[in-house]
Design a protein around this ligand. Structure first.
Ligand code: PLP
Length: 394
């Protein structure tokens, strides 16, 4: 008889967004016609940039004509997109060869799939609070997980301490949910730690485009990272591709473990397990990296940043302590007067119709905190900020 992957039995029920939907649904049922100010979910609200839309339309037309039609695409990505991504890194002084860039259908897909490269006996170190998929993907793979907790004491930016041992470490900067972003010296410590013991950093750069201060956007801005890191990135938040799906992963040629090249292993993996990403989507993605595309996606990011500023102003005026917001589309606040994060969720919904995300959904050390996403509608965000100020100042 078939034996399933029994590790799935070790997964905890993923009830965060389901529970939020249940609570907001119940509120709307008992308050018909009420308007909710939704700042919970980390999904974008602005449409794709015009340059992307034009490129997608042109690519559809290409597929209608024999001479420009494309069948299967190269499994690791179209050369035009791999080159465009390498060019984007070059602007920040990071030199990549296009064949170190792998086009993917998004960061989530890649964060799960890439685990194929590592033996299950490797120990994964996951900073907490964290994007829940890191933990779940490793539980599914039957891997031992070590939690690296973070909090106000280290500004939610944990560093390797003496005696810390692990094989695979997840770093997400800017971070979801805390919005904290590592500086160069801090990332250099992680790189030195990983190189010293042959560990590997999985660097999630999904929110790099939101960095406003002088902070690294890529782990490969740090000397030594090419021998100890893989970077996973996505156009979801940068360019509004959450429903369109496109991302990229960088695996340097120098990266080897056990005498094997991880870049070559990933080529082998992709050529076996995928038949590439749609030509149409890759043309749309390449448009993000044109001058026009960059200008347009930055305009959308500017709107989200203004949302962040508006919420931060309200929290400052209310005297509430928070992290993030400056280099990330998330604001992570401490719940008032020792309230738990679900109690605070209920209070905001009941009193001011604002919906956020309880920190408890991101691991045990999130319990006293609450996340606001700044991806919402600007008018709603302004109203939510005004309502919060009135409520929290009381
Ligand atoms: N990584 C982080 C930290 C995220 O917050 C998210 C989505 O919210 C993802 C990855 C997934 O991105 P994608 O839409 O490319 O799958």
């Amino acid at each position: 008889m078939l034996t399933p992957n029994l590790s799935y039995a070790n997964l905890k029920e993923s009830y965060l967004f389901h529970h939020i939907a249940e609570k907001t649904g119940a509120y709307l049922e008992s308050h018909p016609g009420a308007h909710l100010y939704r700042m919970g979910i980390g999904d974008v609200s602005l449409p794709l940039a015009p340059a992307v839309i034009e490129a997608l339309h042109r690519a559809v037309d290409d597929q209608a004509v024999k001479e420009s039609f494309h069948g299967y695409m190269p499994e690791c990505g179209a050369p035009f997109l791999r080159e465009a991504v390498a060019g984007y890194y070059a602007k920040r002084g990071v030199r990549l060869s296009p064949d170190e860039v792998f086009v993917s259908s998004g960061a989530s897909d890649e964060l799960g799939d890439i685990l194929d490269l590592f033996d299950r006996k490797n120990r994964a170190l996951i900073m907490e609070p964290a994007y829940p998929a890191y933990v779940d993907a490793n539980i599914m793979a039957g891997r031992e997980i070590l939690h690296l907790s973070s909090g106000p004491e280290n500004q939610f930016l944990p560093l390797p301490e003496d005696g810390l041992e692990a094989d695979l470490v997840y770093l997400c900067s800017p971070n979801n949910p805390t919005g904290a972003a590592y500086g160069r010296d801090q990332l250099s410590r992680w790189v030195a730690w990983a190189n010293a013991r042959g560990a590997l950093i999985l660097f999630d750069a999904a929110y790099e485009a939101f960095i406003a201060e002088d902070l690294p956007h890529s782990i490969f801005e740090i000397p030594g990272a090419r021998t100890c890191a893989i970077e996973i990135c996505s156009l979801s938040k940068t360019a509004g591709f959450t429903g369109t799906r496109l991302g990229y992963t960088v695996i340097p040629k120098e990266l080897e473990r056990g005498g094997l090249s991880l870049n070559a292993m990933w080529v082998r993996n992709r050529t076996t397990k995928t038949n590439g990403i749609s030509y149409i989507l890759q043309r749309g993605g390449a448009a993000v990296f044109t001058e026009e595309g960059q200008r347009q996606v930055r305009e959308n990011i500017r709107v989200y940043r203004e949302n962040a500023r508006c919420l931060m102003r309200a929290l400052d005026q209310a005297g509430i302590r928070y992290w993030g917001g400056r280099n990330a589309p998330y604001i992570w606040m401490r719940c008032p007067e020792g309230m738990g994060s679900w109690d605070f969720f209920d209070l905001l919904l009941r009193e001011i119709q604002v919906v956020g995300t309880p920190g408890a959904g991101f691991g045990a050390c999130g319990e006293d905190f609450f996340r606001f996403s700044t991806f919402g509608d600007p008018a709603d965000t302004r109203e939510a900020a005004a309502r919060m100020l009135r409520l929290l100042k009381k």
